[in-house]
Design a protein around this ligand. Structure first.
Ligand code: PMP
Length: 390
């Protein structure tokens, strides 16, 4: 479509992606033919809805190579998944003197839940530092960083800088000191092949809407052995085995963590999205996105007075930058007038931006449907804008 009389260039994929037609059709087909509530029913439509919902769970398990379907808890997205771990595993296992190890790159959704938990339990937060504008992790003193750590919770790919973190190495180090691990895969699940067993994490979370699926659905991988010992998250229907007026016995994992009617249509849409991505091939998506990001970075480097963030080498499919003389808001507004959608702000990583000494950055983030020609158009729009604004 055209936006402000110009062909749309959608470079806000780190915030959310567009939805392919097969995803929309799967959701519509479900509502037109199979809509009913899950699990409790004994009629045909309920059986179909249950099969669709549980089929989506199986597909998620396969997508991230989880050992068992039971390891998959459906959530509203990454944010709810992390809050679930904090409220259940965290509340049951952390106490004063324990350390929660994060990185300085974390999205607020992998920071604020731990702040809340730290306030409640007396646990302390510690951060793996990033090295300047490149935004890679400083891992020079791992032993000191991991002292007294009970939980390591880190992003796989930074939504602000595009840094790809060495999650498998860090999870191995965490395991060696007996710590539990969580990987925030919001920016990686739809962009590269993911294997929770190869990463060696205990928990991993992602959001459907960032990988061509609908909003309001995501998944938490949680090793079943850990789920057994975790108290429930929310109470209600679906999560119980038996209930008396005074107390309840809970359903087996993962249902114990899914109170109430779930987002069945969302799970159906997510299933279709995962099929779509695997038809394209996640290796291909990764190669395309990183190539586009590095092309965009090279083209941006043509500008005077620009500061480009993120690693010099491999990066996720995005590039963040600021101009010395032009405010990011003016830049994004001007780009929108020319049909180019980019995002500006702290991208839910305010402490990281404080450390970088900038209140906001502009971010262009890519997906498999973006092209080099669109990057060229983006650069052209910036060139015009810089003439006007600086
Ligand atoms: N973590 C990262 C790295 C993200 O990029 C995002 C979304 N911007 C989130 C967590 C939160 O995801 P959601 O809003 O879908 O819960």
């Amino acid at each position: 479509q055209k936006i402000n009389r110009h062909p749309l260039v959608y470079f806000d994929n780190a915030a959310t992606t567009q939805k392919p037609r097969p995803v929309l059709e799967a959701i519509q087909r479900y509502y037109e033919h199979d809509n009913a509530n899950v699990h409790r029913g004994i009629h045909e439509l309920s059986n179909r809805a249950t099969a669709a919902y549980e089929g989506a769970r199986e597909r998620v398990a396969q997508f991230i190579n989880a050992p068992s379907t039971k390891d998959i808890i459906f959530t509203r997205g990454t944010t709810e998944a992390i809050n679930l771990v904090a409220a259940t595993w965290g509340a049951a296992n952390l106490r004063e003197g324990d350390v929660i190890l994060l990185t300085e790159l974390e999205h607020h959704s992998n920071l604020v839940p731990w702040q809340l938990l730290a306030q409640r339990t007396g646990a302390a937060l510690r951060f793996i530092p990033v090295t300047g504008d490149e935004g890679t992790l400083d891992l020079s003193d791992l032993d000191a960083l991991f002292r007294d750590v009970k939980l390591l919770s880190i992003t796989h790919i930074s939504n602000a800088l595009g840094t790809i973190n060495p999650v498998a190495e860090l999870c191995a180090k965490a395991r060696a000191v007996g710590a539990v691990t969580l990987v925030d895969a919001a920016q990686s699940a739809g962009h590269l092949p993911l294997d929770v067993q190869a990463i060696g994490c205990d928990f991993l979370s992602f959001s459907g809407h960032k990988l061509c699926g609908p909003t309001g659905i995501g998944a938490l991988y949680a090793r079943t052995a850990l789920q057994e010992a975790m108290p429930p998250y929310q109470g209600g229907g679906e999560m119980i085995a038996t209930v008396t007026f005074q107390s309840s016995e809970y359903h087996v994992p993962p249902h114990k963590f899914e109170a109430g009617t779930p987002n069945i249509a969302g799970a159906v849409g997510l299933h279709a999205a995962l099929d779509y991505l695997d038809d394209l091939g996640r290796e291909n998506i990764h190669a395309h996105d990183t190539e586009l990001a590095s092309y965009a970075k090279d083209r941006l480097a043509e500008f005077d007075g620009i500061r480009i963030f993120g690693p010099a080498g491999d990066r996720g499919g995005l590039v963040s930058f600021v101009f010395e003389n032009v405010h990011a808001l003016d830049l994004a507004t001007m780009a929108d007038q020319q049909g180019v959608a980019i995002r500006i702000g702290h991208h839910c990583t305010q402490p990281l931006h404080d450390k970088l000494g900038v209140p906001a950055t502009a971010r262009a983030s890519f997906y498999f449907y973006n092209t080099r020609a669109e990057v060229d158009r983006f650069i052209e729009v910036l060139q015009k804008g810089m003439k006007l604004l600086s």
